[in-house]
Write a protein that binds this ligand. Structure first.
Ligand code: TRP
Length: 325
């Protein structure tokens, strides 16, 4: 069985872009792989965040992941800081990484790389991410397109370490979903649905109630030519609605387009399909909110299981590099 690892920032809320683009795959593949899913609270410290906010977001993220269907009996869901090997391996890897390599990372450049006041942790962020992945011998890493560069670096570091110190790490592959899985903002369909964009009407949260979902879909931007066909270039708004309906009902966007004469009918069906898809997740979340001990227990078990694997890998790496056992 191949090991899979992915990480998620503790942002505290989830939108349908996260769910359809990534998390639904995490859920689908938790049974056929040895799957590790990590809430990366140490990475969250690379940008401004208050202690209470970090605590509550980390917990909410765990709760939300269980609500969307991660099963602690099938996969290992854990919080990064609860497995001490992550920063420990990151140090060994930092001593295998050059300044030049990290300076090239677009993540660092985009988030304030030029400023003197930027945190050192933001600079070394990709090395900690490499540690997340390599600790679990992950052969496959399901991530979005934006993480490709970090995966490339991870591969590079694994190959270099193996070459220098002997075979230690599995060299991972990125598993990036196709374009069909990209959900765009409902108000600005030329850009990805993202919580970093200030457009509350453009984002459908996984746990929105049915009335909110209907309202946002109804207000979604379309165009004036009135024809329903899948054409992301010319008709990004309509194409996004078709992509959403297709993803929610497991069909292809071009097939979904057939039979619609009016945007209104399409929107009604998109809203209904999303409500149906998300209703059980919402219900499960309400159950979990009433039973936080279920979340706590899942994280406790997850950390213990993750620690077992991570400590063995760390010991291998530490021994290879010459640290005393
Ligand atoms: N950098 C990733 C993101 O912003 C999160 C992440 C941290 C991650 N560690 C990881 C993703 C390990 C995959 C594997 O989305």
């Amino acid at each position: 069985m191949i090991s899979v690892l992915s990480g998620i920032q503790p942002s505290g809320d989830l939108h349908v872009g996260n769910y359809l683009g990534a998390l639904r795959n995490w859920v689908a593949h938790q049974h056929d792989n040895d799957a590790f899913y990590c809430i990366v609270d140490l990475h969250a410290l690379t940008l401004e965040i208050g202690p209470d906010e970090l605590r509550s977001r980390t917990f909410d993220t765990a709760l939300n992941l269980l609500a969307v269907g991660l099963d602690p009996g099938a996969c290992t869901l854990f919080v990064q800081s609860q497995v001490p090997e992550h920063p420990r391996l990151a140090w060994l890897l930092e001593c295998t990484t050059s300044m030049g390599e990290l300076r090239r990372m677009t993540h660092f450049k985009d988030k304030g790389g030029g400023q003197e006041s930027v945190r050192v942790g933001l600079f070394t962020y990709p090395v900690l991410q490499a540690a997340d992945i390599l600790l679990y011998d992950a052969g496959r890493v399901p991530v979005g397109e934006d993480q490709r560069q970090h995966l490339e670096l991870t591969r590079e570091l694994a190959i270099r370490f193996n070459h220098r110190y002997g075979d230690t790490f599995v060299v991972p592959e990125a598993a990036v979903p196709g374009v069909g899985a990209r959900v765009m903002d409902l108000q600005h369909p030329e850009r990805k649905m993202s919580k970093s964009v200030d457009s509350p009407l453009g984002i459908i949260n996984v746990f929105d109630d049915p009335a909110e979902i209907e309202r946002k879909v109804k207000r979604a931007v379309t165009d004036t030519d009135g024809e329903v066909r899948f054409d992301p270039e010319e008709k990004p708004g309509v194409a996004n609605l078709l992509a959403l309906l297709a993803a929610a009902t497991d069909r292809l966007p071009a097939d979904v387009a057939k039979g619609y004469e009016r945007y209104g009918d399409l929107k009604d069906d998109v809203a209904a399909a999303l409500v149906e898809l998300l209703a059980p997740l919402r219900a499960r979340r309400l159950e979990l909110l009433a039973e936080p001990s279920v979340v706590e227990a899942a994280l406790r078990d997850g950390a213990a299981r993750a620690h077992e694997v991570a400590s063995a890998t760390y010991a291998r790496a530490a021994g290879a590099i010459g640290l005393l056992a």
